[in-house]
Design a protein around this ligand. Structure first.
Ligand SMILES: *Cc1c(COP(=O)(O)O)cnc(C)c1O
Length: 462
């Protein structure tokens, strides 16, 4: 029987990747202060740092780029962009931004501020930073199973509705300008949110008159999981499922660098006209005129084309299966991975992978540095470097110590994935000789991007 799911494309243009020696990587790490964000990308063999802005565009997207209209105002590219997004989401106002966080910054500047509270199934790091920078409080309300990395469940990305209602009653609905749902839920492992949960979140918020916004970065991957896993959706098209998801919301923020299959771009879309007007005024100050918003006309065209390609089921089937294939290989070798595999990445549970490295010595950082050293693979720590903090001089760690291996869209082939799995398994075999890390420099916000580290040996072990 023929059942291998293959890449639904052939390759027209290639980009060489660079092989380096272990000694070279040791030096590169020292020079980057053991922060993988500070490496030169040319020194990375397989770059799984992020799936953001790293997609390979299609020949049709490149053609759309040539057809972009660079008029300052009223560009034809904007009208194509707007039409595709209105058709997909049903929202009345579409505001282009140069990426997702710019949409967040504008939205929270308008609705945030001291005393305000923003609930979310889990805030992405830039979303949390933008909420907090406005003076508001960002509250994560994932379902409890989201924190159990070894327990399988279909929709671990869901919002905890009981906790949401408790928060609303405690805070008072007047202090909650809107509620967010992140699909898929990136920070708990790219886990999907069910249609039932979206519908019930909306119903609960309606009771209190609070609008619902979707952080829509991976809406198509979420829609595909709904089709696969939720009763009643197996015969529905992805477009139809995505439309239903958006139909329960009053607006969305989107990083086009994810499911719009482009290298830069984003948007804010919403129904409320007075909110839209305030957002457009801020947009003009920081991003640009409302028909380009910090992007070139050609970028808007590439996004419009990408948003239709991402709904292709052959693409989504390949996408979700190739990530799952990577996760399955690691799981079969006994490597502690978060299960089930999410939509855009495999997450290693560094807490279980390196139990002897305490959270204050950042096991996720240790593991991600080691993967680079062993095989030139770049991953990202999503643990106490990203979310840990000092409270009254005491270290408070993240809920989970994870390392994310994010898979760029349409970029790597099965042999790249096989190689990456072998590197992870090799590091797992040698896990007893891996040091912890200590921070030697950190900035006040989003420290993971620029912090400096140094290794700390973990005593003598087995
Ligand atoms: C990437 C991302 C963002 C921010 O988008 P950028 O384009 O990187 O600014 C927001 N939310 C989620 C869930 C994301 O994955």
């Amino acid at each position: 029987m023929v059942n291998t799911i293959i890449e639904p494309f052939k390759i027209k243009s290639v980009e060489p990747i660079n092989f380096t020696t272990r000694e070279y990587r040791e030096r590169a790490l020292r020079e980057a202060f053991y922060n993988l964000f500070l490496l030169r990308a040319d020194d990375v063999l397989i770059d799984l740092l992020t799936d953001s802005g790293t997609a390979a565009m299609s020949s049709k997207q490149w053609a759309a780029i040539m057809d972009g209209d660079e008029s300052y105002a009223g560009s034809r590219s904007f009208f194509r962009f707007e039409e595709v997004i209105k058709d997909l989401t049903g929202f009345r106002h579409v505001i282009p931004t140069h990426q997702g966080r710019a949409a967040e910054k504008i939205l929270f500047t308008v609705v945030g501020g001291p005393g305000r509270v923003i609930p979310n199934n889990t805030h992405f790091d830039t979303t949390r930073a933008n909420v907090e920078f406005s003076g508001a409080q960002a509250v994560d309300l994932p379902v409890p199973v989201a924190l159990e990395t070894s327990r399988r469940a279909d929709f671990k990305g869901n919002m905890d509705l009981g906790e949401l209602e408790t928060l609303i009653t405690k805070t008072g609905r007047g202090n909650i300008p809107l509620c967010f749902l992140t699909v898929t839920n990136n920070s708990v492992g790219g886990q999907p949110v069910s249609m039932k949960n979206i519908r019930e979140t909306k119903a609960l918020l309606d009771k209190y008159g609070i609008p619902l916004f979707i952080d829509a970065c991976r809406f198509a991957e979420n829609a595909f999981f709904i089709k696969l896993r939720e009763p009643g959706y197996k015969d529905r098209s992805i477009r139809d499922i995505a439309r239903e998801m958006f139909s329960y919301a009053d607006g969305c923020t989107m990083s086009a660098k994810k499911d719009a299959l482009v290298n830069i771009g984003g948007f804010l879309a919403l129904n409320d006209s007075s909110l839209a007007e305030k957002a457009r005024s801020l947009l003009i100050m920081t991003e640009g005129f409302p028909t380009y918003g910090g992007l070139a006309g050609r970028d808007l065209d590439a996004i419009a084309q990408g948003l239709s390609e991402v709904l292709d089921e052959d693409y989504l089937k390949y996408r979700i299966r190739s990530v799952e294939y990577f996760g399955d290989k690691l799981e079969q070798a006994g490597v502690p991975v978060l299960v089930p595999t999410g939509g855009h990445a495999v997450f290693l549970d560094a807490g279980r992978f390196l139990p002897e490295v305490p959270p204050e010595l950042f096991p996720g950082q240790s593991l991600s540095v080691q993967l680079y050293l062993e095989g030139g693979i770049r991953s990202v720590e999503i643990g106490s470097v990203m979310f840990g903090k000092q409270v009254d001089g005491r270290f408070v760690g993240a809920k989970l110590e994870l390392v994310r291996l994010a898979i760029p869209r349409r970029v790597y082939t099965q042999s790249h994935i096989d190689y990456s799995a072998e590197v992870v398994i090799e590091v797992f075999r040698k896990r007893n000789s891996i040091p912890g890390y200590r921070i030697t420099y950190e900035p006040p916000y989003l420290r993971h991007f620029t912090a400096h580290f140094e290794p700390v040996p973990i005593g003598s072990r087995r």
